[in-house]
Write a protein that binds this ligand. Structure first.
Ligand code: FES
Length: 157
């Protein structure tokens, strides 16, 4: 079973290398496609990308770590990113953060057991004068209060 999975992943990456080319400059496009399909980039995929592009696995890992939209672990269906930068912080981010944690029963950096929610902090999302702000999946929410944040979460449940 495991062997079949490995072969499927290798095959998939071979096709991506064919599509984008085996140069180092193809790395990001290949990783984005893997992320899009699997929602994260498993360890084995990282090794295979490194092998097929003939680069060091550390290089693959450092690119994944650099980009917030690439993940090495599976995440929830809804990724909640609350801005932690100073303007939002001063406009009540902590109270919003606490109410979200309480509502979902998880802390920032965690994913709910049902894989519905991942909670993360983000840096400035460009809504500084209308904070606190958060992004859920691709959508930005601003002027949050603890109550408004819960309402938004309830809409996603
Ligand atoms: S500081 Fe939060 S959006 Fe800029």
């Amino acid at each position: 079973m495991l062997v079949t999975e490995k072969n499927a992943m290798t095959e998939e990456i071979e096709q991506l290398v064919e599509k984008y080319g085996s140069k180092r400059s193809s790395l990001l496009s290949i990783l984005q496609d893997i992320q899009r399909k699997h929602k994260y980039i498993p360890d084995f995929a990282q090794q295979e990308v490194a092998r097929l592009l003939d680069i060091h696995p550390v290089e693959v890992f450092s690119v994944i770590s650099f980009y917030a939209f690439l993940n090495t672990k599976p995440k929830g269906k809804n990724i909640i990113r609350l801005c932690q930068t100073i303007s939002c912080d001063m406009q009540g981010k902590s109270a919003v953060a606490k109410s979200i944690e309480r509502e979902l029963g998880i802390k920032f950096g965690e994913t709910s057991k049902d894989n519905k929610f991942t909670l993360e902090y983000a840096n400035c999302v460009g809504m500084c004068d209308q904070g606190p702000a958060m992004i859920i999946n691709e959508r930005v929410y601003y002027k949050l209060t603890p109550e408004k944040a819960i309402e938004i979460l309830n809409g996603l449940k």
